[in-house]
Design a protein. Structure first.
Length: 308
């Protein structure tokens, strides 16, 4: 890649790390308007002082500015271990993007950028991160670590997911969630990005999600979907051929004729997933790919505060 194309790529914020950092910095600068005003732009270097802790690391200069007690944090400190899980099956590479569309308007692109955003937050707070990627195989596993080299390795993997998307891959969520659960040995926050499309019985999926909670892990499921087509089934009333990207099955129909029935079934499914996750004490967050990333970051921060 020549210098001109490198500059063009960076200036257009297509580079994953730069874009993730831009999103996080924008979020942090607005945090004083949110319930997280205790965090500041400096929150990467400090944590709130808890009564009974040693006072030798209190930052008195910051106390003078904020009237709040914070202790300085050090690079070797790790308060949280977080394991990110990405469903990389073919259905996640929907919708098919036009040439001028940003990569994060597909489900997988949104999930990849959301993962990079969470990694950026984790890195700022000296927390450890790991990554698992699955489809019809367990494509990638990396345990939780906090080093710069480790973060770079995971970012490279995430970028590679965006570049290699032409293969047909089914979803074997049940098998690989069980395997991933066995790989996470120390208590962690487990964050799953998936569209919940699978051929398995739903009860098996829920049992696999429940397995992720062993060893007292905290589990967050981000259910990603395209609101316009996958939730609202909004198409013009011309005959269309719908193709399952994972099985190749086809069906011809007029969208408007089935829209009401479709919406009802989808809403029932979403409600079932939400209710079951609540039953298993799993945080369930449906999020459309046309939304901004604040919902992801806010959920993460709330759940982190509850992690202790």
């Amino acid at each position: 890649m020549n210098l001109e194309s490198q500059i063009q790529k960076i200036s257009s914020f297509e580079h994953l790390e730069l874009l993730a950092n831009q999103i996080v910095e924008g979020f942090i600068s607005g945090m004083h308007k949110s319930p997280f005003h205790g965090f500041s732009a400096e929150f990467a270097e400090h944590k709130i002082y808890n009564q009974g802790e040693s006072t030798k690391h209190i930052d008195w200069k910051l106390y003078a500015k904020t009237d709040r007690l914070y202790t300085k944090r050090y690079e070797e400190e790790t308060n949280l271990r977080c394991h990110l899980i990405l469903d990389n099956s073919s259905s996640m590479h929907y919708p098919k993007l036009k040439d001028n569309q940003p990569f994060y308007e597909s489900k997988i692109g949104f999930s990849v950028l959301a993962s990079a955003v969470l990694m950026n937050l984790l890195k700022k707070q000296r927390d450890a991160v790991g990554l698992s990627v699955y489809s019809d195989t367990y494509e990638y596993y990396s345990p939780e670590k906090g080093s710069d080299r480790h973060h770079r390795m995971i970012l490279n993997k995430l970028e590679g997911i965006l570049e290699n998307h032409n293969q047909t891959k089914k979803t074997d969520t049940v098998t690989f969630l069980h395997q991933i659960a066995e790989n996470i040995h120390r208590r962690s926050m487990v964050v799953l990005f998936t569209d919940m499309f699978q051929n398995e019985d739903s009860e098996k999926i829920f049992k696999a999600l429940q397995h992720l909670k062993h060893n007292k892990h905290k589990v967050v499921v981000f259910h990603v979907y395209d609101k316009k087509t996958e939730l609202n089934f909004s198409f013009d009333n011309t005959p269309r051929k719908f193709i399952d990207v994972e099985t190749g099955e086809e069906i011809n129909l007029f969208a408007e004729n089935t829209q009401e029935t479709y919406q009802k079934k989808v809403e029932e499914f979403f409600k079932t997933v939400e209710t079951t996750c609540m039953q298993y004490q799993i945080k369930y967050v449906p999020v459309s790919v046309d939304k901004k990333f604040e919902k992801i970051m806010t959920t993460y921060l709330v759940e982190k505060q509850k992690f202790g």
